[in-house]
Design a protein around this ligand. Structure first.
Ligand SMILES: [Zn+2]
Length: 463
């Protein structure tokens, strides 16, 4: 029913239409793209409408020391996370319109007091230009299974100086690519690269038994990667934290987050107050890149398929997994193909773009978790960093404020039961009061992801 190529094309075109700001410099910078597509099947016709409602780009994640207790910074700017948050903005606006009598193309009233549900025929699909970081990126490489992505044959190979470590290192960047240094190392020559790690010793066996690697490290407190050569380098099926700028992050890999959304929904705790049923992505489409259906299945589906005892409104809802043959023009591989020596080192684009289908400020460009351009301009007066004009509308605080304005717009008689407590004040309070969501999370946590770090309450007490 779903044509993966058409979905990819729709998302690439939507990106194309955005203004220049925050986009990668062609041939030098690359980025990752993700999007949420609303699918509407009309009962009275055979046609299916597809609309990109949220789009995100980005490759960065901030370290834990710069996380803010005010909720005003974007901790995780991977494209997938940006796309989900933009979609939450869009859904808040839809609900806002619905509760104010303005109608919605997404929601209709459900039978429980104050609750809404998806209209018949409406569903959401998730697109990502690349295999999500973390577990899904640990992909077997074999001779019999040629990699879909051309640059597995490295730059150096064409020059007749191929060294296994180089190729392997190269493959690692391709599958993940959050480390800015790697592209430069490749430019500098294979010898330096060869000496980089224990994994690079036996290059000759590469093609027989190797894997694409992830830069995302296992979460603390659990088993670590064996780091053996070839296929024994990684453990599979484990939770991983995202690689940050040198220092550890607290953000889980996109593979882990997608797996979580397939049980808890992608709407988050706040919107769960208003929804009778969690919202699940019906399908996940990945663009052309190193990809393994088995690894995707393991990372996104199998790890949670046994979870039971979920409260009403929640279910284990794995997405259909599809891959497109169309590659994102700003992927790392495409950038390398177009790169010219005079352009300097290839690097991931530092900015993250969010666009979503909302009336106020649909476009948002950030760097380092704040509005783009702000950090550089006022580096000397750090005090201004927290003035609201620099916050992204996607940060926790802004999403919380949008949610609170939805609550204010809801007439008291139409308020969901979970929001009828007088003592709710902070972001933390509102999240905790979302009881079914918290119960579902409890089940998922103890049955599938006991090592998933608990959120730090001190960082969530803003209002
Ligand atoms: Zn990621």
């Amino acid at each position: 029913m779903i044509n993966a190529d058409k979905i990819a094309q729709l998302c690439y075109e939507r990106f194309e239409q955005l203004p220049r700001r925050g986009k990668p410099e062609p041939g030098r910078e690359w980025t990752l793209l993700a999007a949420v597509v609303k699918i509407t099947r009309r009962a009275d016709s055979d046609t299916v409408e597809k609309e990109v409602v949220s789009l995100g780009t980005g490759t960065k994640c901030i370290g834990q020391t710069v996380m803010s207790p005010r909720g005003d910074v974007l901790n995780d700017s991977h494209a997938e996370v940006i796309a989900r948050r933009g979609c939450v903005r869009y859904l808040i606006q839809e609900l806002h319109s619905a509760v104010s009598g303005g109608g919605s193309s997404v929601f209709c009233l459900a039978d429980q007091r104050g609750k809404w549900r998806l209209q018949l025929g409406v569903s959401f699909l998730f697109f990502t230009s690349h295999t999500p970081c973390g577990d899904a990126s640990i992909i077997p490489m074999t001779d019999s299974q040629p990699q879909p992505c051309p640059p597995v044959t490295s730059v150096k190979e064409h020059e007749g100086t191929d060294v296994g470590g180089d190729r392997k290192r190269k493959a690692e960047e391709l599958s993940e690519g959050q480390n800015t240094k790697l592209a430069c190392l490749v430019e500098q020559g294979p010898i330096e690269i060869k000496a980089k790690g224990p994994s690079d010793r036996d290059g000759v066996h590469l093609q027989i038994q190797d894997i694409h690697r992830t830069g995302a490290k296992c979460v603390p407190g659990g088993p670590a990667d064996p780091l053996q050569s070839g296929a024994g380098y990684h453990s599979t099926g484990v939770l991983r934290v995202k690689p940050g700028r040198g220092e550890p992050t607290l953000s889980l890999s996109c593979s882990d987050k997608l797996a979580r959304w397939a049980v808890l929904g992608f709407q988050g705790a706040l919107l769960s107050h208003y929804l009778q049923e969690a919202l699940y992505f019906s399908t996940v489409v990945v663009g052309k890149c190193p990809y393994s259906k088995e690894a995707m299945q393991r990372a996104l589906v199998t790890r949670c398929s046994h979870v039971s005892h979920l409260p009403a409104g929640f279910s284990v809802s794995p997405p259909l997994l599809l891959q497109s043959r169309l590659e994102f023009p700003f992927s790392q591989a495409q950038t390398e193909l177009r790169h010219q020596a005079r352009q300097g080192c290839i690097s991931p684009c530092g900015a993250a773009i969010s666009w979503c289908n909302v009336t106020e400020q649909p476009l948002d460009v950030t760097a380092n978790g704040y509005k783009h351009g702000v950090i550089k301009k006022i580096k000397t007066s750090v005090i201004f960093l927290h003035v609201c004009v620099f916050r992204s509308p996607l940060c926790k605080l802004e999403l919380f404020h949008s949610f609170l304005s939805l609550v204010s717009a809801t007439s008291p008689s139409a308020l969901p039961d979970s929001l009828r407590k007088a003592e709710l004040q902070t972001y933390w309070d509102y999240k905790q009061a979302s009881q079914s969501y918290q119960q579902a999370w409890q089940q998922l946590h103890c049955q599938a992801f006991p090592l998933w770090p608990r959120s730090n309450r001190d960082l969530l007490l803003f209002s």
